[in-house]
Design a protein around this ligand. Sequence first.
Ligand code: DMJ
Length: 457
Amino acid sequence: MMKFAWDNYKRYAWGKNELRPLTRNGHIGNMFGGLRGASIIDSLDTLYIMGLMEEYNDAKEWVQTNLDLNSNGEASLFEVNIRYVGGLLSAYYLTGEELFKNKAMELGEKLLPAFNTPTGIPRGVINLGSGTSWSWGWASAGSSILAEFGTLHLEFVHLTELSNNPVYTEKVMNIRKLLNKIEKPHGLYPNFLSPVSGNWVQHHVSIGGLGDSFYEYLIKSYLMSDKTDDDAKRMYYGALEAIEANLVQKSPGGLTYMAEWRGGILDHKMGHLACFSGGMIGIGADDGAPEKRQHYLDLAAEITHTCHESYTRSATKLGPEAFRFDGGAEATATRLSDRYYILRPEVIESYMYMWRLTHDPKYREWGWEAVEALELHCRVESGFSGIRDVYTMTVSHDNMQQSFFLSETLKYLYLLFSDDDLLPLEDWVFNTEAHPLPIIRKSCLQDETTQDKTVSK
Ligand code: DMJ
C-alpha cells in the first residue's frame, strides 16, 4: 500500500504537497507557507522503516536538491512543525544523515518569530519569510488554539538537543508555565487562548479537533524526558482526571465516549480525531497512580472499542469524521457533513498502541478490517483517496491522498503487524504526525555533563 501510494505520488505529483489521485496531479494548498514536498517529508521515515530504500533515496535526494526553506508564504506553525520539523528530525534520528538535522534546525529558526507576542504564546499563522505572525481569521477574537501552541514541545526540545541552543526549549517551557498558572474551569483546558492577555477566550473543551494533541504532548513530553519531566506528568494526569469527571460518558448501549464541553453543557459527539485518545490513555496507564493503572488501561480499551464500533456500524467499515450519541444515535454520524473519511489515522493509531500494550489479537483483526476497507473503497487507479460518505457503498472519492496517510495511517498499520522491537515504545515516542523521536536518556545527559567538564578541564 505504501509503495502504491508513493509510486503514484512520485509519478503524478512529485515535489507538490499531496497527490490528487483521480485527476492525477499535485496539490499545493496554503497550509505550509510555500514549502513543498509535504508528502516526501512525511514519508521519509515510513519508507526507511519499511525498507523501501530506493524510494527513501529518491526522497532524500529531493530534500538535498529541492527542499527550499526560503519561502515567503503564510504557514500554519502547527502543521509545519508536526510534518516538516517532525519529519526531518525523525529522518535524522533514524538514518544519522546530517542533511536532515541541518534542514530541521534551519526551519526551526524560521518559526521562532511566531512567539513574539506579549505572552510568548505563539500565533497560529506565520510568514516564513518576514516572520510576521497573526491568528487564524476563524479563531475567536484573535486567539491561539490549544492543540496548535500545545503541540510544539517534543520537536522543540529536540531542536535544542541538536543545536545546543536553549531558545527552543525556553519557548515551549514558557507556554507550559502559563498554562500551569492560569485558572482552569473544572480543571479543564479550553481550546482558545488570547496570546495578548493570556486568558481563555471561550469555554469550549475537546479531546478532538482544537484540543487533541495538547494532551498527547503532555504525556509524551514526560515519556520523552525519560520520565523526568514531572510538570508534564502532573499536568497530564490532572487533565485526564478532569476529562474523566466532565467529558467521559457511557451511552445507553454501553459504549464509552468522550463528549465535548461548551461552558458546562455537553455536546454528545466524538470526532474521529478524538480516537487517538485510546492509544494516549493506554501509553500513560503505567505511570498513573498505582490504584488507577488498570482503570486507565480499561478506559483506553473501551474508547478504542467505541472507535472501532464507529467503523463497524458503517457500510464501508470506515469511520465518519464525527459520530454522535444523541437522538438515538450510538457511534454513528447523524449529519451529512460528518460522514466523510479522509484517510485519517487515529483509530488505527489506537489499535497499534493497544496491540503493543495488551497483545490482544482483536487489535490486529480490527487493523486488518481497516486494511480491507481501505483497499476496497479508498484505493483508486492512481493512489488512495478519501471518501465523502462512509455509509454508502456507491463511493464518492474526494480526490486527495493526504500526506498523513503515508506518514501515520500506513506506518501505524505496518507497526501493528510488526514485532514490538521495531521502534520499541521504551525507546521512542511518536510525534502527532507519527514521526518517531528518541527518548532523551537521563544517562546520556549525565554523560554529556561529564564530557563537558572533561573538555573544559
Ligand atoms: C494529522 O496531521 C495529525 O495527526 C494531527 O494531530 C491531527 N490531524 C492529522 C490526521 O488526522
